[in-house]
Design a protein around this ligand. Structure first.
Ligand SMILES: *Cc1c(COP(=O)(O)O)cnc(C)c1O
Length: 370
C-alpha cells in the first residue's frame, strides 16, 4: 500500500514479467503514437451499494493486460464510456511533470455527467497518474518532442442489457510512449472538409470526450484518407456552416492584422486544454484573441483577399500543427507554410518549452508526477 495526499491507498501488484531494458530502449527509439504500452495500469472501481450510494474503491496498480469483462457489459453495447488524454514530460534533471492535469480532471467530470457516469474526485484523478508514472517512470522518453501519453478512461462494466446508467463502473489509466504525432518532421498537414457527416449536434455529446464521438468521426476519416488527408474538419451545417473542429483537435486562424480567432465553445466543441493555453499565451503576447463564430465562407473570403495568415490545429497529442491546405469537394484552400516567427510556430515552441521545463512556467501549469 502507498499512502498519499488524497488519503486513498493504492494497492500495488507489480508485473512478474516487466519489459526488459533492451526491449524498452528499442521501443523508445521510435515509439510512434499509441503503439506500445507500459508495464502497468491504474484501476479504481465504482459500485452502488444497497442504499443506492455510489462510491469509488479498490484503487490499485496492476500489471498491464487484458480486462476480463462480461459480454453483456453496458460499455460494449451502449458505449457508456469517456476518456482523457494528457502527457508526462521528462525534464533535464530526470523529474517527470504533467501539464494542467486539474483541467483534464474537471473536463473528465463534465464528460462523466453527460454520459451519466460517476464523477471522480480531481485529486484522485491526479493521484492515479502519479501512481502509474511512479512505477513506470523508465518509460517516459527524453527525446525532443517526446513524452509519455497518459490515457485515463471510464467504462460501464455492469452486465445488464436494459437501458439505464450502469451501476458498476471501472476507471483506468494506461500509458503509451509517444513520438511526434504525425510522424517525421513537422510539416503542414492537409485536412478534408466533411460535408456529409457531422461529429456533433446541438444537445448531443460534442463537448464530452467520449468514444462515441470518435466512432462517429471514422466514416469521415475514411473519406479524408481517400482524398489524401489525415484529418477531418467538421462544420455545423445548421449554423451557416460554422467551423467547429477537427476529429480530435481544435482549430485556430491568425489574420494578417494579428487577430487570433478560434470558434467559440458552443456546446458542440471540445474544451481543449491546448486551445485554452494557446488563447492565454496569445493574449500574453498582446495579440487580440477572439472566440467567435467563423464560417467556411469567411475562411474562403479571407484566403481570397489575402487577409488570412495562418491556420493551425491544436491538441495534446500533436501540440500545434499548421494546416497547409483544406481540401473540399469544390477545390482547396491553401495557407502559406508558417515560418519560425509565425504565431503557430512560436507559440508551439513556447508551449513545448514550458512542458519540458526549458521555458519559465509563469502560469503555474506544471504538476510534478515523479
Ligand atoms: C481531446 C480533444 C481535443 C484536444 O483537447 P486537448 O485538451 O487540447 O488535448 C480537441 N477536440 C477533440 C474532439 C478532442 O477529443
Amino acid at each position: 500500500m502507498t499512502q498519499n495526499a488524497v488519503g486513498v491507498d493504492f494497492a500495488q501488484r507489480l508485473t512478474d514479467n516487466p519489459t526488459t531494458a533492451e526491449r524498452r530502449a528499442a521501443i523508445l527509439e521510435d515509439p510512434g503514437f499509441g503503439n506500445y504500452f507500459t508495464d502497468h495500469t491504474a484501476v479504481i472501481d465504482w459500485t452502488i451499494d444497497a442504499e443506492g450510494r455510489g462510491g469509488w474503491h479498490q484503487a490499485r496498480i496492476e500489471p498491464y493486460g487484458p480486462i476480463a469483462m462480461d459480454p453483456a457489459a453496458a460499455v460494449l453495447h451502449y458505449g457508456q464510456e469517456i476518456f482523457e488524454g494528457l502527457k508526462a514530460y521528462r525534464h533535464a534533471d530526470g523529474s517527470v511533470w504533467t501539464f494542467r492535469p486539474e483541467a483534464n480532471a474537471h473536463r473528465f467530470n463534465r464528460s462523466a455527467k453527460r454520459l451519466a457516469l460517476p464523477e471522480l474526485p480531481p485529486e484522485l484523478f491526479v493521484e492515479s497518474l502519479r501512481q502509474l508514472v511512479s512505477v513506470d517512470r523508465e518509460w517516459v522518453p527524453n527525446g525532443e518532442g517526446e513524452a509519455l501519453y497518459l490515457r485515463p478512461f471510464m467504462i460501464a462494466t455492469e452486465a445488464f442489457l436494459g437501458v439505464r446508467p450502469a451501476r458498476e463502473v471501472s476507471y483506468r489509466v494506461i500509458a503509451s510512449p509517444a513520438g511526434n504525432y504525425f510522424g517525421g518532421a513537422l510539416k503542414p498537414v492537409s485536412i478534408w472538409l466533411s460535408e456529409h457527416y457531422a461529429r456533433a449536434g446541438h444537445g448531443g455529446t460534442g463537448e464530452a470526450k467520449c468514444g462515441g464521438n470518435y466512432a462517429a468521426s471514422l466514416a469521415a476519416q475514411l473519406e479524408a484518407e481517400a482524398h489524401g488527408c489525415k484529418q477531418v474538419l467538421f462544420l455545423d451545417p445548421y449554423n451557416d456552416n460554422a467551423v467547429e473542429e477537427l476529429g480530435g483537435m481544435n482549430i485556430f486562424f491568425v489574420f494578417t492584422d494579428g487577430r487570433v480567432v478560434t470558434p467559440a465553445l458552443n456546446g458542440n466543441i471540445l474544451h481543449g486544454v491546448t486551445r485554452d493555453s494557446v488563447l492565454q499565451l496569445a493574449s500574453d503576447r498582446g495579440l487580440s484573441v477572439e472566440e467567435r463564430k467563423i464560417t467556411i465562407d469567411e475562411w474562403r473570403a479571407s484566403v481570397a483577399d489575402g487577409t488570412l495568415a495562418e491556420v493551425f490545429a491544436c491538441g495534446t497529442a500533436a501540440v500545434i500543427t499548421p494546416i497547409g491546405e483544406l481540401k473540399t469537394a469544390e477545390g482547396s484552400l491553401v495557407s502559406p507554410e508558417p515560418g519560425p516567427e509565425s504565431v503557430a510556430m512560436s507559440i508551439r515552441e513556447q508551449l513545448l518549452g514550458i512542458q519540458t521545463g526549458a521555458v519559465e512556467d509563469f502560469h503555474g501549469w506544471l504538476t510534478r508526477l515523479a
